[in-house]
Write a protein that binds this ligand. Sequence first.
Ligand code: ADP
Ligand code: ASP
Ligand code: MG
Length: 441
Amino acid sequence: MSVKVVKFGGSSLADANQFRKVADIIKADPERKFVVPSAPGKRYSDDIKVTDMLYSCYELSASGKSISEQFEKIKERYNGIISDLGIELSLQKEFDEIEYCLKAKSGRDYAASRGEYLNGIILANYLGFEFVDAAEVIFFDDNGAFMLDKTIEAIRERVKDLENVVIPGFYGITLNGTIKTFSRGGSDVTGSIVARAVRAKIYENWTDVSGFLVADPRIVDNAKVIKTITYKELRELSYMGATVLHEDAIFPVRTAGIPINIRNTNDPSAEGTMIVSEETGEEINKTTITGIAGKKGFCAINIEKAMMNGEIGFVKKILDILYKNNLSFEHIPSGIDTMTIVLSSASLEGKEEAVISQIRKEIQPDHLEVEHNIALLAVVGRGMYKTRGTAARVFAALSHARINIKMIDQGSSELNIIVGIGESDFEDAIRCIYNMFIEAE
Ligand code: ADP
Ligand code: ASP
Ligand code: MG
């Protein structure tokens, strides 16, 4: 029998009512045998995710303060879910052990991981599924790099005689036995790994929106759902801030050709978004652009020097400086006598002065400045390369909205156009491009 892996995000498991919806979804399809839960998320907009509560327990403990009050709130969240579901389950033993380890400063990742761990135990109990701790099967090497082959083998071995399984998302274990998490939103990655390991026919990723939308619904009202998107496009969009799916959730399923289906726990009848391989995506391509996403928090180092173009080794010198300062860049758009390095402001923090003086010394530019508060915006679409005038339309939309463009970059695949704009123009820019392409097409 073919199987499906279903991952439920934090908002899908925020309280007992959401747990019931999740159980209904799982029980509605006997192929939904492998379940990957997140930690309880927000129940209302200014609620706090359990993961964030656990991070603050860690911070408190690290700074020698009491965690009792904060930990009590975490216990209340779980005990509330258990009692509202009416199940026979006590997590007291787990709570005691976790509290002990938090006080003993067991590490930031350990603290965060307990959100998924406890939620997994509750969900497995409620569904009557087997609980498999991610620390038994998801491995990282001692440098913290995820070990795909070892993990796949371990999952296969561990679940081979099991009918229905819950494996908590977000964390695993290093070879030396320390709990380690993926980056935030990482339960999506766990789901993808499990899907690959059990050779799932589909990886369903259940969240609180009816699919991947053309633009962030917090910026564009009633943004349209993208019916089909390719892995590549999705990676571009999620890297650029469309947080619906973790950008690294693509790799494990991609090579195995397992499609991902983004679904809405609060509207299970909606078909959601199918994420497929490039070949499949090609046939069903209709619109010029697939999606728009973006992020704030970038800066640009603008360098100007006459005849820069003819100076052999010029770029190498600059890249060497970035390398020495352990900086990675996002884009390097350049002209004949100018070059810009766009990088995240956070990464440059504390290093700006040193980097600037090194560039000054090394290449003696005619002009050098750092511009802050830049947002990057990506217009992504596999239909772009065969449609003439896409870039012109993007720029027309921005110019019409009187938005000043600071930088333009187009990848060689012609899958995206990246523009740099001021942070204060960010939301307007997304809305005007959305209107230009989606409302108009
Ligand atoms: P989960 O807790 O289920 O993992 P996330 O909060 O990680 O869910 O992701 C879903 C959220 O992503 C949505 O509620 C929405 O606010 C946000 N989001 C940002 N960009 C997009 C987009 N392009 N399409 C859909 N949702 C988006
Ligand atoms: N609970 C973790 C987070 O909040 C992981 C996840 O939700 O995927 O980042
Ligand atoms: Mg998420």
